[in-house]
Every structure is written in structure tokens, then in C-alpha cells.
Design a protein around this ligand. Sequence first.
Ligand code: ATP
Length: 753
Amino acid sequence: MRGLPRWVLAPALLGALFVVVPVVAMVARLDVSGGLGGIWDLLTSPTATDALWLSVRTSLVATVCCVLLGAPMALVLARTTFPGQRVARALVLLPLVLPPVVGGIALLYTFGRRGLIGQHLSVLGIEIAFTTTAVVMAQTFVALPFLVLSLEGSLRTHDARYEEVAATLGASPTTVLRRVTLPLVLPGLVSGAVLAFARALGEFGATITFAGALQGVTQTLPLEIYLQRSADPDAAVALSLLLVVVAVVVTAAVHGGPFGSTESRVREAGPSAEDDRGLDGDRGAARDRGLIEADERPGDDDRPGHPRQPGATPVAGEPVTLGVRVRLAERGVDLDLTVEPGQVVAILGPNGAGKSTVLQAVTGLLPHRAHHPRRAGSRRARRSLPDGAAPGSRTNAPAPGSPPDELRVTVDGEVLTDTSRGLSVPPRRRGVGWLTQRPLLFGHLDAADNVAFGLRARRVPRRAARADARERLDGLGAGPLAARRPGALSGGQAQRVSITRALATDPRVLLLDEPLASLDVGVAQQVRRVLHDAQRAAPRTTLLVTHDLLDVLLLADRAVVLEEGRVVEDGPAREVLTRPRSRFAARLAGINLLAGVATDDGGLLLTTGDGSVGGPTVTTSPAQDTAPRGGTGTGHLGLGPALTVAGVVADAADLVPGDPAVAVFEPRAVAIHREAPSGSPRNAFAVTITSIEPHGQLFRAWGEVPGPREVRDAVGHLAADLTPRSVADLRLAPGERVWFAVKAAEVQIYGTR
Ligand SMILES: Nc1ncnc2c1ncn2[C@@H]1O[C@H](COP(=O)(O)OP(=O)(O)OP(=O)(O)O)[C@@H](O)[C@H]1O
């Protein structure tokens, strides 16, 4: 009853009684005055037993037919999109609403002697109507929608990314279906089959119309009950009871059996990761001492090689060059990226910037319509708006006359995708490994079989593939997890197994889509180290999407910042973080950044969000009390008449008037005042405090500069670090209006071209 309102009990009980009471009434009607022997005789009469066995036999065959026909139908409905899909679904489910007798008539007009198809079969001497085959067909006709509905529902509730991951591991569509999709939805399939069996067992209307009632041939139990109803009501009741018992026994046996619980089969490790140190034994404990230790693993060459199949997916070998060109108006993405062999490139940017789109392009998993330039902006494309987006609300709608969409992905010159030539190598043949925020381990396989999946997909015998998987798990300190199912792994353990699985196929390119985002700090650290070690052991061209500063610092060689689908910053990872040129990188690095453009008199103009210049020119004057710190001059960054930033121009010679430029300063350099600071020249911003949050030993206060939207967009939020005591002394709280002051000497101004 936990979490449920009590009143729910009343209608629930009423519903149960509504079903049970009629059955009880029927049992009560049973005449037992002659003893149970009389009932037994009724049940074991030749007509009753003939009818029972015919019903069971035909229902079982009909169930098999439902599975064979219904499973593919459910797959097509759940996993594809095609014009008229809704109509197709309505037609498939038609037998649910059609009176069975109408179904029987329809079947008769199709397969009867003079029916649409039946007349041709009849020429060949094949008669279907009024045979046992007709019984099976009538039962299949009415039971099929139950299986389709149940399985389609199950398929839709499962994350399709399991199948996508399997494809990137090298599995063919049939292998994915057999080894991933069907095991994942098995409980739904079994439920659907049970429902179909129960429906077939009770089928009457379509059967009597299409198959008639011939004892031993077409007279199933429901027909026998109907016929006995007037001749011998007691026999009808006894047979009804028998039908009820058979249906209940079959349904209960399957539902209570090994397929009863969907959860137990598919549950994967959740995002809340418990500390999994204990399982790694001494090695794990030793590794825990430092964030990243010197590489202890033998290099790839030292590792016992695993069997490789000729003609299979290309394997890693030497690091490769990756080229990515994505221009998709529908997603507002337009960028070019070349990744050097073995380089780890962190792709950074705010939500919706296009990071995942780049990764999807490389995997070959970008939704298919995106490959067709003509369709972008079409009715269908509009229908594919992300959840919650209202048509017309997108800012990414292709502008009239915008260049056509283009996707081009190359690996060492080999073209994997080229939409201009309609070319797209399937994910399984790309040699691209893909790791997501969720480990997406296959819940019906243990850790070793998960890791072995890629090799098995390449037809490596199970024993060899498992041996290789165990070795790899051992190598990453996850050996003791080999026999565990994903449901018994913590988040960190599961992610480690997932990394091992992705690396086991020796991908040429590795795509990491926030693989540590859902892990606790401590566990993320361990998993980060696993990734770091793997990269050290065998450098691999890698794209890493992350929002975590540590990931960038510890894993990436280069950082690329995306904003609104464009590259706004690209450089060595450390440089991007220490000398950010984009607001996003500055925020990630915990630095304040103000953007403007240099003017011909050494000042700067405010730039608004779309990059156009706005606001009045602000004349600069040398900051009087600034002592250049390694820079070559001083100047101002003007952000409107009320906001002029004095700072140190780092490379005055490079700062050409009209060039975009930024001013950056650390939050710890900001002092907070209740009154406007006066006296020595410094930058002072009137701000409204928006939040105060703990930041290590200090507090970080965020303030927003009030004013027109352009100014707020240009300045964004400014951060100031202060001690707990200062927070108390200043009685600082969100909504308060204060001054953020920073000395010009603490502000660095540099060009961003
Ligand atoms: N299936 C889709 N169909 C159409 N547009 C999409 C689809 N998925 C994403 N988009 C749009 O494409 C743009 C880029 O999305 P993408 O998922 O690549 O961003 P992201 O940088 O990965 O964001 P996040 O950090 O939130 O994951 C966004 O404007 C988004 O709304």
C-alpha cells in the first residue's frame, strides 16, 4: 500500500469481484449431487477430451504463428519510421476491436473455397476453410494483436542505444536482433505469447464461422461448451471450468516462471555508484594512492594477442587521423574537425552546442533523415523535433538559401560517410568504439560475455573470446567482476566493464560521450584513470565530450569549444583552460571572461550574442595604476558607457583594432563592496547577486550585471570568491545589489582571433 491512496482499494476490489464472482457462480451451479464421479465422466467423455486436446494443440500452434509473424511486426512498428505508420498500427490491431465473427467472415472471403486466395488454392487441391488449419488461422487472427501490442510496448520502453552500442561493437543487424534485442525484450515476448495463447484458447466466433464445428477436427473446447449449453447445461459448466483451469495454469506457470520479472533480466547498474575499491584487490588499492600513476600496464605489443578474423572490422593498429565535417541546418551545426593520430580531443560546449551530433556523425548513428539534404526542414524533419519542442519554436531551422546539409567522416583518408555521394559505412564496419554516460551493458550477459561480445560478433569462438575478455578485465583491475551480471555491478564497476568492452574490439577511433558524468567523484577518478592508462598503453584517436574540468586536464591533449554548432575555440587543452577565449571555457576553468572587440584607438566595443557589434564606442585610457605582468601594454575593454574594463593588454602588438578580444580575471581577484568603491583606479561592476555556493574552503558568489539584454549577454555572470567570514560580514544573499571590484593589474586583455 506504500505510496498509494487508500481509496484505490475500493475500485480495485470491485474489479476483482467483477471477474471472480461470475466464475464462482458458475462453479456453484455445478450439480455435485451425483458425486464428483459424474463430473469426471463429463470431463473425460470422448467429445470433451477431443475438444480439449484440439484446443490446446491449435492454440499452441497459433501462438507459435503469432510469435513468428507478430515479433517482426512489433520490431518494424517500434524501431522504424515510415509513412502511414499510424494507419499500419491501427490495421494490425484491427482484430482487437473487430467482433470475432466478422473476422471469421473476412477469413472465409479470403481463404474459403470461393475466397480471394482460397479459389486459387482450391485449384491446387488445397482446402483451408472448415479444417483444423482454419481453426489455427482463426485463432492466430484474433490473438496476433495481443503479441504485437505487448512486444511493441516492451521494445519502446527499452533504450535503443543498447542496439546501437552492439552495432559499434561489430555486430550485424541479425546478430544485434538475436543477441541483444530479443534477450532484452524476452519477458515482453513471453507475456505477449501467453496472452496470445489465452486468447486463442478462448476463441469462438471466428472459429465457428471459418472452421465450423466438426468433432475432433474443428470443434474446440469453446465450441463444445456452446453446443452442450442447451443439450446438457451441467456438461457445459464442467467444460467451462476445465477451460478456466487450463488457462489459469498456463498463464500462472509462465508468469511465475523465469520470465516473470522483467526487471531482473534487464536491470543494469544504476548511476549511483557505490565504492567499488574492495573488488579490485591490492592492485586497485595501490592504484588509489594517486590520481594517475605511471603506467604499469604492458604496452599493446606485450599483450597476448587475441584472435582476429580476416576481413572483419578494421582494427586499431597505428593511430589514425580522423576528419569530421558536419553541416546540418536542422541541428544548427556547421563545423570541421581534424584529429591528429592518437590525439585526445575534448569537445566542450553548453547544452545543445552540437557535441553529441559530432559523435553521432562519427559512429554513423546519426538519424537517417539527417543524411538526406532534401529532407531537412521538410514536414518529416519538423516532425522529428526533440521532445517538448513546439513546431516553429526551433532556432535551428534552416535559413532560406542556406547551403545543403553535409556529413563527411574520414579515417586516414578512408571515407566512412559522405552524404554528397550517398555513402555511409555501417557502424559495425567503422572500427569506432563508443562509450556513453550509461554503461549500457547487456543485462542478460555477465561481464565477461559483455566484453567478449565484440569478438563473438566477429565469429571468434566463445571460449577464446571469453578467455580474451577475462584477460582484458584482469588488465583493467576488473577480473573479479567477470562472472557478474550488470545488475550486480556498481556504477563505477559497470563503466569499467563497459570501457573494457569498447576497447576489446581495438577501435581505430574512440568516442567518449561523458562516460564519467553519472559517477561519484571517487569512482569517476578511478574510471578516469582506467581511460588514461588505456590511452597511455595504446594511444588512440579519441573524441571526448565532457563538462568536467578534470577530464580535460587529465585526459585531453586538445580542447575544442562549440557554441551553437560552431567551433569558437580550439587549442591545446591547458591553454584553452588557462587562457580561455570563449565564455564556456572560462566558466569551465572558473575564470571570469568579458568579450568585446578592439577599437582603433586601443579601446573595445561590446559585442552582442550574435557576434554583431553593438553599444557605443568607449574610449580607452591607460590604466593608471597597472603594472604590466608580462604583458606589453595596458588598455580598456569597453562594454558600454557604464562598463569599462581596465586591464593589462598581454600582446599589444597582436591586438589589431576591430579584432575580437577578451578580458579575463580570476574570481579570487574580485573584492565585494556594499558601496561603490572609490579611490584607486579599478574596475567596478554593479551587480545583483544571483547565487552563493561553497567552493572548496571558500564561497563563490555569482553576480549579474543589470542592464539591457545585450549588456547582460555580453558580460554574463561574474564570479567572486570570498571567505565565509566575508559572506557573514557583508550579509551577502541572493538578490542583494553590490559592487564587484577588480584591480586593472589583475585583468588580462588579449585578442581572440
Ligand atoms: N534527434 C534530433 N533531431 C533534431 N534535432 C536534434 C536532435 N537531437 C539533437 N538535436 C538538436 O541538435 C542540436 C545539437 O544537439 P546535441 O545533442 O548535439 O547537443 P550537445 O552539445 O550534445 O548537448 P548536450 O550537452 O545537452 O548533450 C540541438 O539544438 C538539439 O536540439
